[in-house]
Design a protein around this ligand. Structure first.
Ligand SMILES: [Zn+2]
Ligand SMILES: [Zn+2]
Length: 80
């Protein structure tokens, strides 16, 4: 799956926890999501290793399976 920049529609490259646009250089914070339910994962770090945990019944997700999604810019509209 390729993710594209909201601004210039160029493909984004995942680099060290964030997406960087190859076109305009925009950066998007990468959010770890569950590959099964697409909900945000809790990031657990222990002894230098990072694990991801799904609170929706999928348990620990190995880093290879984590589905990284670009986080949208923080909007003002709160969701309940
Ligand atoms: Zn761009
Ligand atoms: Zn899940």
């Amino acid at each position: 799956m390729t993710i594209h920049c909201e601004k210039c529609q160029q493909p984004l490259q995942l680099s060290d926890g964030e997406f960087i646009c190859s076109g305009c250089g925009a950066r998007y914070l990468a959010e770890a999501c569950c590959p099964d339910c697409h909900q945000p994962l809790e990031r657990l770090s222990a002894c230098g290793a990072v694990n991801y945990f799904c609170h929706h019944g999928h348990g620990l997700i190995s880093k290879k399976r984590v589905d990284f999604q670009p986080q949208k810019a923080q909007g003002g509209s709160g969701t309940a």
